[in-house]
Design a protein around this ligand. Structure first.
Ligand SMILES: [Fe+2]
Ligand SMILES: [Fe+2]
Length: 169
């Protein structure tokens, strides 16, 4: 398997790991409120994404990123801090993260050839669910968050850095 493919699986595993932690952080703050079930729905889908890439990491013998402990803490913190700012800020976080992942998965879909048709279709399916999450965020007044533009710009920049370093490290 090519080094490039290993990097793709490594970063996707890291991203889904981080995503599950973001929703865990949001649930710790908002789990009992009116958004609890929505957050649990998204968390369950992230867990499925993560389980799928965990299997791929094992079966394809890809080294996971060494940064998992960092994403464990940073993902939860991002979710909890935005949730503490309020449900709209939590949803703004979701929009920022999921839009970044959408672009990331779209690039991978374009890059993968028919020799990796199964992985390609897995990514396409997950990307559709990330877009569902983004739409949930938008439907739950993400854009009405105070400082929406700044908040999402910062989170997106952080996600792109996380993607970059998780491919390599
Ligand atoms: Fe995901
Ligand atoms: Fe997602």
């Amino acid at each position: 398997m090519s080094e490039r493919l290993k990097k793709m699986i490594r970063v996707d595993h890291a991203g889904e790991y981080g995503a599950a932690r973001i929703y865990a952080g949001q649930l710790a703050i908002l789990g009992r409120g009116p958004h609890g079930d929505t957050l649990r729905h998204m968390k369950a889908q992230e867990q499925h994404h993560l389980d799928t890439f965990s299997k791929l990491i094992a079966t394809r013998r890809v080294r996971p990123t060494a940064l998992l402990p960092l994403w464990h803490a940073a993902g939860f913190a991002l979710g909890a801090v935005t949730a503490a700012l309020g449900p709209r800020a939590a949803m703004a976080c979701t929009v920022a993260v999921e839009e970044t992942i959408d672009a990331h998965y779209a690039a991978q879909e374009a890059e993968l050839g028919e020799d990796e048709a199964e992985l390609k279709s897995t990514i396409a399916q997950f990307r559709a669910e990330e877009l569902e999450h983004r739409d949930i965020g938008l439907a739950n007044e993400a854009e009405l968050t105070r400082g929406y533009k700044l908040l999402t710009t910062i989170i997106k920049a952080g996600c792109r850095v996380a993607i970059k370093v998780s491919e390599e490290i």
